[in-house]
Design a protein around this ligand. Structure first.
Ligand code: GRG
Length: 296
């Protein structure tokens, strides 16, 4: 196992433990809802957003305990988005993280409520006292997560996605949709991780934010490539869905080779954004590589 793989495994384990503790126990009423929330969040997923928060936290010399709180908040928002996205009114999928989706395993009403409750719990985690020394910084963090999740972020991107099925989107429109749908929460994960640490200069924060935008978009380009290339068994979710549902993607617009090339260019841009940092940005660099070179 490489040093990076060991680091990832350690952070993933840290997130799993923190999520297990933060989620209400399934034996507490309402049991079915709590059971569904735990089912949606625990024991699966790559935890890419928490990993980005930890890597940005390392750059800012943040206390890992603080970053863990930000990391579980972004992962809860992500898990909620997956639960709702899989529902019949949206993507209507039956498989997620190698398991039946929440509405299949439980029922639609429970899936809807589990997503709602996960979103609230995310803000509860981020609002706990002591996440930052300065209350104004913590308020800014809450603001960042709220904006990234809402209609000018992830939910807005999802709305554009739903409207665009069967429509021939141009590349800038596709990019706009993904910057909101996938990019906003990834960007928030990086910025929240950094805000848990020592204050950084405006120029450094700007470079970090540019890195986050590049990896956010790269993540989506690679997601489109994998949807076209990888198997359902490898992905743990239904492969080939984009083409089957006539969705505009980077692959449908650019073709596989050019989409891969774009992901490579975004990876290079992400590295360039970190050029002014030293070894303290090593994990962020490794994550940019991982996001582009991953196979699932
Ligand atoms: C329902 C408000 C609302 C938003 C849904 C994020 C999203 C918006 C939908 C997910 C659908 C999807 C396949 C998006 C493409 C990129 C993406 C977010 C993939 C899933 O994220 P991973 O690969 O999943 O990080 P794991 O399971 O590893 O956590």
């Amino acid at each position: 196992m490489s040093d990076f793989q060991a680091w990832m495994a350690a952070q993933q384990a840290r997130v799993e433990t923190a999520l297990t503790e933060a989620l209400p126990e399934a034996r507490h009423a309402p049991q079915r809802l709590h059971d569904a929330m735990r089912y949606a969040v625990l024991g699966g997923g790559k935890r890419v957003r928490p990993l980005l928060a930890f890597a940005a936290g390392e750059l800012a010399q943040a206390d890992p305990l603080r970053v863990t709180r930000a990391a579980i908040a972004v992962e809860m928002i992500h898990a909620y988005s997956l639960v709702h996205d899989d529902m019949p009114a949206m993507d209507n999928d039956v498989l997620r993280r190698g398991k039946p989706t929440v509405h299949v395993e439980f029922d639609e009403a429970t899936a809807l409520l589990a997503g709602d409750a996960l979103q609230s719990l995310a803000f509860e985690a981020l609002a706990q006292p002591g996440l930052a020394d300065d209350a104004a910084v913590q308020l800014n963090m809450l603001n960042i997560l709220a904006a990234a999740s809402g209609s000018r972020g992830m939910a807005g991107g999802q709305a554009i996605d739903l409207e665009s099925v069967g429509k021939p989107l141009e590349l800038p429109e596709l990019e706009f949709m993904h910057i909101l749908k996938t990019g906003a929460l990834i960007r928030a994960s990086v910025n929240l991780g950094a805000l848990c640490g020592k204050p950084m200069s405006e120029a450094d924060m700007k470079n970090l934010d540019h890195y986050a935008k590049c990896v956010g978009l790269a993540f989506q380009v690679v997601d489109d490539v994998l949807d076209a290339e990888a198997s359902t068994a490898t992905l743990g979710k239904t492969a080939g869905k984009d083409a089957a549902s006539n969705k505009p993607t980077y692959v449908s617009l650019l073709g596989l080779a050019e989409a891969r090339q774009l992901a490579g260019e975004l990876r290079a841009d992400a590295h360039a954004a970190l050029a002014g940092f030293g070894e303290e940005a090593a994990r962020l660099r490794q994550l940019a590589d991982y996001i582009v070179l991953r196979e699932f």
